[in-house]
Structures are given as C-alpha cells and as structure tokens.
Design a binder for this molecule. Structure first.
Ligand code: S6P
Ligand code: ZN
Length: 208
C-alpha cells in the first residue's frame, strides 16, 4: 500500500488561489483563439491582455491514481470579447463518466453545460453556489460579472480533459452574451456542428 501524506490547503479568496497546492497554470488570451464569435474584437483585445492571464488555476494533485481526487481554484478576469463574456476553454472529461463539483467563492459566474447530443444547461456559480457536473456533460465557465470570478473545483484524479470535443463541433451550441441590461443571455452559436452518432458513441466508449 502506497500512502500519500494527508495535507491541508486553504483558499485565498482575495488572491483567487489555493494556498498549499502543488501546481499552477495560466491561460493567456492568445491561447484562446477561436473561442469567441467576434474575431476582430478578439484581435483588438489581444493587445490589452498581453501580459495578464485571462484565467489561472492553482491545484492540489496528490496523484493521478484511480480513486484519488484533484482539487483546485480557478480565478478568471472579468471581460468580454465583443458582447461575449470571458470563458474557460471548456472540456469533457477524457474518461467521460467522471463527474465534478464546483463551489463559488467570489464574483458572478455561469457554468455552461452541453450533453454529447447537444442539450444545453446553465448553472449559477456565485459565492457559496455548488455546481454539480454530472457524468458525460461538457462544461465551461463564464465570468458574467464585473469583478474577478473565483471558484473551487474537485474531480476524480483519473478523469483527464478532452478539449477536442468542443473544437470539433465548432464550439458549444450556445454562447453566453451580454443581454444589454447588465445581465447575460444565451445565443445560438452559428458555427456549431452537431455531433454524429459515432462521436456520441465514442464519448460513451471512453469509459470502458
Ligand atoms: C477540470 C476542471 C477545472 C478547469 C478549469 C479551467 O476538470 O473543470 O479545473 O480545468 O476551471 O478550465 P479548462 O476548460 O481550461 O480546463
Ligand atoms: Zn472538468
């Protein structure tokens, strides 16, 4: 039996970080090309966000063993590309039946979820909101507020992330855009291509 040492971490909500974790990565806007509908607005925004990560993840990854968990904190800047709110890249878990819990700490977020067949759901992700991502749902998060969005996540360590499922369908079926009244609304993504039966079957097969 290989024992892992128990460890305590804490969430620094002000800094939007997990203190005492083991890893960190940053996502720059230039790494998110193709996510947003308005390519001209994206090109203009690149100049403003040269040095600043759009989002940053600090996590605790004791191992990637089946049965272990990965815990982390994501901190996202507020902002829009055109009228579309800042987003995480989004993914389905590489082993697609692995679920996930998010817990909001600060700011105003929305989780956008899509089933392999293209059904859309949204969940609020503000302070003390718990968002449950069930098995097989593609998920990404938007910062729909005017301050930083900070949330915690926990998911099985063997889950992995498949980002290609969103790229192959031309994005998710809906976009999260400014409704013109200080809030947000869903808009159909004109570039969206429905998944074939073979693609949907491949999601299910990822678990066997
Ligand atoms: C991992 C979990 C979060 C996201 C993070 C960044 O399964 O859902 O850690 O990774 O919020 O999003 P993304 O889509 O760039 O991995
Ligand atoms: Zn995930």
């Amino acid at each position: 039996m290989d024992l892992i040492e128990p460890v305590s971490c804490s969430v620094d909500v002000e800094a939007g970080e997990l203190r005492g974790g083991s890893g960190r990565y940053r996502k720059m806007l230039r790494e998110l090309a193709g996510l947003y509908a308005d390519e001209d607005a994206f090109a203009r925004a690149l100049a403003h966000f040269v040095d600043q990560p759009v989002y940053e993840v600090t996590d605790l990854r004791p191992s990637i063993a089946n049965g272990d968990v990965i815990t982390g904190v994501t901190r996202m800047l507020p902002g829009k590309i055109g009228d579309e709110y800042f987003l995480t890249r989004g993914h389905i878990h590489a082993i697609a039946d692995r679920s996930e819990i998010y817990y909001g700490h600060a700011g105003e977020g929305v989780m956008l979820l899509e089933s392999p067949a293209g059904e859309i759901r949204t969940l609020p992700l503000g302070p003390r909101d718990i968002a449950y991502v069930p098995p097989f749902w593609i998920h990404r998060t938007a910062n729909v507020g005017s301050t930083e969005l900070v949330f915690l996540f926990v998911y099985p360590a063997d889950a992995g992330q498949d980002y290609g499922i969103i790229e192959r369908s031309g994005g998710m079926r809906s976009r999260i855009v400014d409704d013109g009244r200080g809030g947000w609304e869903l808009r159909d993504n004109a570039s969206y291509v429905r998944r074939s039966k073979a693609d949907i079957d491949a999601v299910e097969a990822s678990c066997h």
